[in-house]
Structures are given as C-alpha cells and as structure tokens.
Design a binder for this molecule. Sequence first.
Ligand SMILES: NC(=O)C[C@H](N)C(=O)O
Length: 483
Amino acid sequence: MHQLTLAEIAQGLAGKQFSSEELTRSLLTRIQQLDPQLNSFISVTEELALSQAKAADARRAAGETGALLGAPIAHKDLFCTQNILTSCGSKILSGFKAPYNATVVEKLAAAGSVTLGKLNMDEFAMGSANESSHYGPVKNPWDLTRVPGGSSGGSAAAVAARLIPAATGTDTGGSIRQPAALTNLTGIKPTYGRVSRWGMIAYASSLDQGGPLARTAEDCALMLSGMAGFDAKDSTCVDQPVDDYLAALNQPLSGLRIGLPKEYFGAGLDSRIADKVLAVVEELKKLGATVKEISLPNMQHAIPAYYVIAPAEASSNLSRFDGVRFGYRCENPVNLEDLYKRSRGEGFGAEVKRRIMVGTYALSAGYYDAYYLKAQKIRRLIKNDFVAAFNDVDVILGPTTPNLAWKIGAKNNDPVAEYLEDIYTITANLAGIPGLSMPAGFVDGLPVGVQLLAPYFQEGRLLNVAHQYQQVTDWHTQAPTGF
Ligand SMILES: NC(=O)C[C@H](N)C(=O)O
C-alpha cells in the first residue's frame, strides 16, 4: 500500500479496496519501523491520524467523495497545528503547542486528509541540508550518508521513502524544490500569495510560500488544489480564483515555448546534471515543445541580495522569540535582560544566530542604504528579467541544483558553499513567480532534478509540463533501495 500515489489512494478508497484507517495503520507501522534510519518525523500524531482516518471513512460511507478524503499526509513542522508540538526544528520552541491550525492545515483537514505527524526541517527553515535542526539531521533515503536537501528535508525524505504519499513544505529560497530534486520528488513553490501564510511560522515573510512535495505532478496538483486560495487572515494572499490544476494536467505540449537561460548552464554546474537536464529538453521537444536560449542577466546578484533580504526579515520576525511568550526559557534568569539574552542564546542554533546578526547589521542605521535598499533594487531587476523573458517563452527550464546530494557534514564549515546550492531556485522567490522541480534521472545512483519556472499564477502550466513529461518517462517512479 505504501507504494500508492495520492491519485491511486483516492481510487482505492473510492473503490473500497481498503479504508483510510487500514492505510493509516499500515503507514504508521512503516514510520515506526523505518523512520529511525531517516529521522524525518519530529512528531508522529498517531491518535489524531486514526481519528481523522475513521472520520474520513465515515464521510465516504455517507456518500461524500473527494480526492483527499482519507489521504494520509504530514506537515512540515512550521505549520501551526492545534495542541501539537510545532517546533520549527528549533530548541527555542521546545514544548510549544500551537493554539490554532495554520490555514493550510485547516484546509487540508477540511478536505479530509489525515495528518500522520510533523516533519523535521532546518531550524526556522534556514538551510539547504536539513542539518541545522535541533532534532538532528535528516538522512537521504537514496544514500543514508547524504543530506536530503533542505529546509523541507523531513518532508522530502518521508515522501521519497514511501512513509507518506505527500507532504507540505515551504520554500523561501528553494526549500521545496531543492530537497525534491535531491530525493527524486516533484515539488512546487506556488506564486507568492497563492497559498496562505497564516499560521506558517515566518522566516522571511516577503519570500515564504507553502507548497506540496509528492512523487508525481498529478499528486502535487491534488495537494495544491487543497492548499491554494484566498485567505483574509494573510494580507499578502491574493484574492484570485484557483485554477483547475487537475484539468490543466492533460493539455498537450505542442507549441510550448521553453527558454533555457544561459546563466543556468555556466560554471559551477555539475556537467553530469547538465546532461540530464538537456535530455529532459529533448524529451519535451518530442512532445511538441520548441526551445530557445534566453538570458537572465541579473541572476549573478541573486544570492547576495537574498542573503541580505532574508536575514533582514528573519531578524525582525525572530525577535518575538524572547523566552517570555513561546517555548524555551532559560533557567533562573536574574532579570529581564538576562532572560532575553540567555533564552535566545541557548534557544537558537548557530545558523539562526548567524542570520539574525547579518540581518540586524544590514538593517542598522548607516548600513540600510548600502545593503537592504541595494538588495531590494536588485530584487526588482531580477523580477524585470523574468517579465522580459516571459514575453518570448512560456516556461523557463534549467537544473534545480548545481550539485548532487552531498555527504552529511561536508559543507558544515562553509555556510556560503551551502548558500550557493540555491543559486537556481532563489530568483523565483525574489520575483515571486512559481517554480517546480521534477525528477530528471540519476547520476551515480543519486537523483537529479530539473526546474521549471512560469509567469505569475501559472502553476497549472508547470504541473501540466511535468505531468506530460511523467507520462513518457519513469524516473519519478523509482524508489530508493530498502524503502
Ligand atoms: N528556506 C529556504 O528556502 C532555504 C534556503 N536555503 C535558506 O536557507 O534560506
């Protein structure tokens, strides 16, 4: 049963081949048996899962239908879940049980999904390796000595290892697409404002966006249909109807105009990954697509701009963790200042502290114009590059990551080396456009991802291209040995 995709589960449940309760029990057992190797779950919510599964079975018995009714999933541990530990991978949120559900959690639950637990992640979503979690590193099921990517590394490892068919994640600079690429999954970061951020613990509010990780584009379409939509509680959520993502899947690709940015194939890209990406292009050409080279000239400035803007926003957002209101508090504080200093000093990990310091510096008087303002200007130039490129092409295609999954620990002493792993993904967040990563083959037994980018609100187009590609290839069906 664990091999089934969400779409197959929906069929099986509708055809009464199994119940949601049976499926949920079997996946809970699998998590118990296999997750110790991966460390992908921070909490397993067995009781909640079984009660939701029984409720979904009852709803089906009463004649209700729905693709997610009874579907087992799990949430990245930065989506608030009522009365359940919501840790953001940080010690500072030890013991924090959210008093309410995030909108995404609420919407997926209303659609009948079953929550099996909360998934490990880089602390406050800061990282590309899932090594910065207070709950320990997550292992890549394709090679347990390697990272699964981050920051949605628990989501990626759990879905890739067939512990759950799909999961939620968030993407601030690549955190859905990069782990999807390193674990052979499909993941989509929607347009900024497509999915509500209410109840999603904020990292960099102008960049954060929730989305799904799953094994197929079709399953991403099912999940995104359940997650997207206007929410008055998030002032940046866009009031625009949600497209029919499932209907979009089956559009033929004839006439699709693909742009290959020359900056995505330059120095720094593993040539074996480049070969896989170009093979995807050949396959899409057979399906009727045309291809041209394009340029995104300001891409080279994306990493420095992101690593000013994201830490600046983080330094402000994370000021609320003060030892008073949420989670961890230091022992025996002598006064209020001591309480703040020690709770934060003991509660945050090294990478989070680094970014709070960088962000505070960038925003401080006298430096604001030199760093933050300049970064915002670069952000506009990057957006303009995309707008210009999309005058000539429908989608932009390139590698998701410059390298394969690396060995756990290999980049620990070099944060910039890890930042550079997001070189191809970060621009979509800065511009706010949607991006998708899908499996494109293997190098030395490790998955390679290809990234597709589209104009604002064209998630349907991305899912369409990925689905059509997945109809003629089987990379996405490959499972890691032992799982
Ligand atoms: N959160 C993300 O999208 C990951 C990115 N690597 C970061 O550390 O900011």
